[in-house]
Design a protein around this ligand. Structure first.
Ligand SMILES: [Zn+2]
Length: 466
């Protein structure tokens, strides 16, 4: 049985007895969503039955529901208990992050899923310089079709060199409305633009102001503008199509809800029904500890990395590509952001290769926890437990039987020290002069971690306090 007739049947059920079940929703905060019944009926609606896809239910007309974890949930509303099926909407919940109904969109380039350049920092081949790539590059052959990802209205369709063209290549810009607003930098957004550039041709009838359906062909892949191979440079911009610079210079005719000029670009994969969605979380390795260097690895056909969070004591260093946290917006094309050096590998379009991206936190030479997040909110977290090589052991009281003091008398030792119990819990921390006072600790076994001067090499000691 084909899927299409099944869809037809669902629609028929939905309109049974002059009833049409529908609802909308907005994000409240965290993972709380306010749902609104938007059903219509020729007979009075007397009951509402909601299921939220996480085992919870509600019977209010407009419930607020808090999801307990990130994930994808199918929310169903049934009215009057008459209909055999509920109206379904899929919600992708990420705490305090963008929420998208993936079902609303399709991939713009058919089977081509490997990207030649993902969203985020990269080395720009053509100029041998670094930049923050504000879209994804989908490579193809000249003339390959590009289709519209969701119902919308054409806002711009202009060929290269056209004086009305704000872009440097042949481009189509489509405006889309969202049924479910998404949260971006604390503001609810209900409008976004999809942009395809470097086109070879624009289809007949594609003009500003014209409605365009999901799946409708609007142009073909080309190499107009600044590129040396055929590709669809595809962007999603929230609220406006003008850059942050244009907003700041007053050259942007569209108003924005943000107090400050905001870079409107987000990772387009968030808006696309992408095949690689349900993969495991990203992996990473610590390449160097001084300064801390972390390599994030994606084994998917795209780089969907979004956030790196490193905790040291209570200080947190965060880099977030979508929200631009930790990235200096005035110098976004500089690989060094607030003490973070980002070194992307070159990305290629051939299959089977991992995407890798390396971060060196220039001011950080230690960490308690590292967290890596992809754009879907999947997280890899590793708490650092003390390594325990038996380099040197002390038995306290030592060396003076009246004091529980470790005396190093060693000018080579400096910086912070940490003392852990056998479960890895930090019990004492301080700045190392030449002695560490352990009087306040109960009897038992402890591990001391400290660093040598000046090269910062880690040393470990075992302490048995009697
Ligand atoms: Zn591009």
């Amino acid at each position: 049985m084909k899927l299409l007739p099944y869809l037809c049947c669902l629609l028929a059920f939905s309109t049974l007895f002059g009833q049409e079940v529908n609802f909308t929703a907005i994000a409240v905060s965290g993972r709380s969503i306010q749902f609104f019944d938007a059903s219509s009926s020729e007979i009075e609606i007397t009951s509402w039955n909601w299921t939220f896809g996480d085992g919870s239910t509600a019977t209010e007309q407009n419930p607020v529901h808090e999801f307990q974890s990130d994930g994808t949930f199918t929310v169903c509303l049934t009215i009057n208990q008459v209909l055999k099926t509920c109206k379904e909407n899929v919600f992708h919940i990420i705490e305090n992050r963008l929420r998208i109904q993936f079902d609303d969109t399709i991939w713009p380039n058919g089977d081509i899923t490997k990207l030649s350049s993902p969203f985020g920092p990269r080395i720009k081949d053509s100029e041998s310089r670094y930049d923050f790539h504000r879209g994804i590059d989908i490579p193809g052959n000249i003339g390959d079709p590009i289709v519209n990802i969701a119902d919308g209205i054409v806002r711009q369709a202009a060929v290269e060199g056209d004086p009305e063209n704000n872009f440097s290549s042949t481009v189509v810009v489509i405006e889309h409305q969202m049924d479910t607003p998404i949260l971006f930098q604390g503001i609810l957004i209900s409008k976004y633009f999809s942009i395809s550039s470097h086109l070879n041709s624009i289809a007949a009838g594609i003009e500003p102001g014209v409605p365009i359906k999901k799946g409708q062909l609007f142009g073909t892949i080309g190499e107009s503008g600044e590129t040396n191979f055929p590709l669809n440079h595809f962007e999603i911009r929230l609220v406006v199509i003008c850059s942050r610079e244009s907003q700041r210079n007053g050259g942007c005719s569209q108003s924005t809800p943000f107090a400050e000029p905001t870079d409107p670009h987000v990772n387009p994969l968030l808006f696309l029904d992408y095949k690689a969605f349900n993969k495991d979380a990203l992996t990473y390795e610590v390449v160097d500890e001084n300064p801390l260097t972390i390599k994030v690895i994606s084994d998917r056909p795209e780089l969907d990395f979004n956030e790196l969070l490193v905790s040291k004591d209570s200080e947190i260093t965060k880099i977030n590509f979508d929200e631009r946290s930790g990235i200096d917006m005035n110098d976004i094309d500089n690989p060094e952001f607030n003490g973070v050096l980002i070194a992307p590998s070159r990305y290629t379009s051939s299959g089977g290769e991992n995407y890798e991206i390396t971060f060196t936190l220039l001011d950080l030479d230690d960490f308690d926890q590292i967290q890596v997040k992809d754009i879907w909110g999947q997280t890899t977290t590793v708490d650092i437990e003390p390594e325990i090589p038996e380099e040197k052991s002390f038995i306290l009281p030592y060396p003076n039987p009246t004091q529980d003091v470790l005396n190093f008398n060693d000018a080579e030792l400096s910086g912070t020290y940490w003392v852990f119990d056998t479960s890895g819990q930090l019990v004492l921390k301080g700045n190392l002069a030449s002695e560490i006072n352990l009087e306040q600790l109960a009897s038992g076994l402890y591990y001391l971690k400290l660093k040598t001067k000046p090269e910062g090499k880690l040393r470990f000691y075992k302490i048995l306090k009697e």
